[in-house]
Ligand binder design. Structure first.
Ligand code: PNW
Length: 453
């Protein structure tokens, strides 16, 4: 193949998340989220940064859209902040919060950009955390109510929706590892949280469908290709369990109504709080599968791991054969090809959207204000070629969203990792935005619907 080409009507976009870009953390009636609380807690964010202002997109979203237009983009994946809509997580709707997303959606539509909102990109209302958070089963019902409010408010103009962002990551990092909000480190809380989130996915889907039967609804799943560390059968089985846990824990449930076989001694249904009839609640015919992927995972068998998977990743993120991003994540485009093809095989050629893929590099402006971030261009070339190859091989991929539009608040790393196609000057009170060379390159690719390899 000498050209990576994409089908007509392919969606070219970028992805962002409310807490990472919006700022205005307590403006216009917004309630506190678990990320506000977490970032305000001494020692939780490596750099001491917070998302109080972030990129100030709450006030500067028109500048963001200007950048998207410069890149010829026709899709924008953003997230809705639950505590902006429902400050206490439930009860009274905050009209000013609704109004903000009305303005954002209208501005996107007038720029011919498809709005693709995610309902939950990790900013749970703190009031619901105080009431038990995701380990508490009732949170699923509260989430479905919130999903219903959003669909009623925006469903007349928004056709494509995502329920969750990376359910495995926020349940693991927030409840087991504790380096993300709410910072719990408890296996039982974690196991219960995973089941509540699965129920919430089902309940939210049904609530949204009830209001708009023709809406297209999916979730953005964190995915990684899982490769055995060695040649042993034990490592091969471990890699398969890791796949079941990392990639499928919220997907197999939705599409097949069963938990995948991730735990060596069987799924811990009791500890997860699974009740009779629950598998009917978690099963939903998602209209498309969102794939967020950054790198691969090398997995080895480990008999005494505390979670019961008897599988652990070797090294932090990826392997050691490819180049590393500034975050230390291995650049490994085949991971994206492999996972697209596996999901295509195992779930009967579903509609797929790449909902996140990207890299962190520190390159900043030179004296001419040019940001020459060639490593990022190389990254996107490799991964986009992998997507094109998967389409050629029969996968039904409809869109690609680079993570991310803007350098932004990278969770526990603060502003230390820059993933943007657009540079943001965090020293500047106006948070000025400058398109990087990678952004110019990406704009040409979207305009030409492909590129020469
Ligand atoms: C994703 N991991 O998070 C999120 O959806 C984004 O909000 C985030 O900024 C982006 O990727 C870059 O980190 C992840 O450890 C966090 O495998 C951690 C992992 C993967 C994705």
């Amino acid at each position: 193949m000498s050209r990576a080409s994409f089908p007509e009507g392919f969606h070219w976009g970028t992805a962002t998340a409310s807490y990472q870009i919006e700022g205005a953390w307590k403006e216009d009636g917004k309630g506190e989220s678990i990320w506000d609380r977490f970032a305000h807690t001494e020692g939780k964010i490596r750099t001491g940064d917070t998302g109080d202002i972030a990129c100030d997109s709450y006030h500067c979203f028109n500048d963001d859209i200007g950048m998207m237009r410069e890149m010829n983009l026709n899709s924008y994946r953003f997230s809705i902040s639950w505590p902006r809509i429902l400050p206490e997580g439930t009860g009274t709707v905050n009209a000013k919060g609704i109004d903000y997303y009305h303005r954002l959606i209208d501005a996107l539509l007038s720029a011919d950009i498809r709005p693709l909102p995610t309902l939950y990109h990790w900013d749970l209302p703190q009031a619901l955390e105080a009431a038990g958070g995701w380990p508490e089963r009732d949170t699923a019902g509260r989430f479905a109510d919130y999903a219903d409010v959003c669909m009623r408010a925006f469903g007349d103009r928004v056709d494509h929706w995502m329920i969750f962002n990376e359910p495995t990551i926020f349940t693991v990092m927030g409840h087991l590892v504790g380096i993300h909000a709410p910072g719990r480190k408890n296996l039982d809380d974690f196991l219960r949280a995973t089941h509540t989130v699965n129920i919430a996915q089902g309940e939210a889907f049904r609530a949204m469908r009830a209001t708009r039967s023709d809406a297209k609804i999916g979730t953005a799943f964190n995915m990684t290709s899982c490769e055995p560390a060695g040649d042993s059968e034990a490592d091969a089985d471990a890699a398969e369990r890791w796949h079941c846990f990392m990639n499928l824990w919220y997907l197999e449930t939705a599409l097949k109504g069963r938990y995948p076989d991730a735990f060596v001694n069987g799924t811990p249904f009791d500890k997860m709080g699974v009740r009779e009839g629950d598998m009917d609640l978690v099963k939903v015919p998602l209209d498309f599968i969102g794939i967020n992927l950054y790198t691969r995972t090398i997995v080895k068998h480990k008999p005494d791991d505390p979670w019961g998977l008897q599988a652990v990743p070797v090294g932090p993120m990826g392997g050691n054969d490819g180049p590393k991003t500034a975050f230390g994540w291995e650049v490994w485009p085949d991971a994206l090809y492999d996972i697209i093809m596996r999901i295509t095989r195992d779930y009967d050629t579903p509609v797929i959207e790449i909902t996140e893929n990207g890299c962190s590099y520190p390159d900043g402006p030179d004296s001419m204000n040019v940001i020459d971030d060639q490593p990022r261009i190389d990254f996107y070339r490799g991964y986009l070629a992998a997507v094109a190859r998967s389409i050629e091989d029969g996968a039904d991929v409809r869109g690609y969203h680079a993570w991310t539009l803007l350098d932004n608040f990278e969770w526990s790393e603060g502003f230390a990792q820059r993933f943007g196609l657009v540079w943001v000057d965090f020293e500047d009170p106006a948070r000025s935005r400058t398109l990087k060379e990678s952004g110019r390159w990406y704009g040409r690719v979207s305009a030409e619907n492909g590129f020469e390899i």
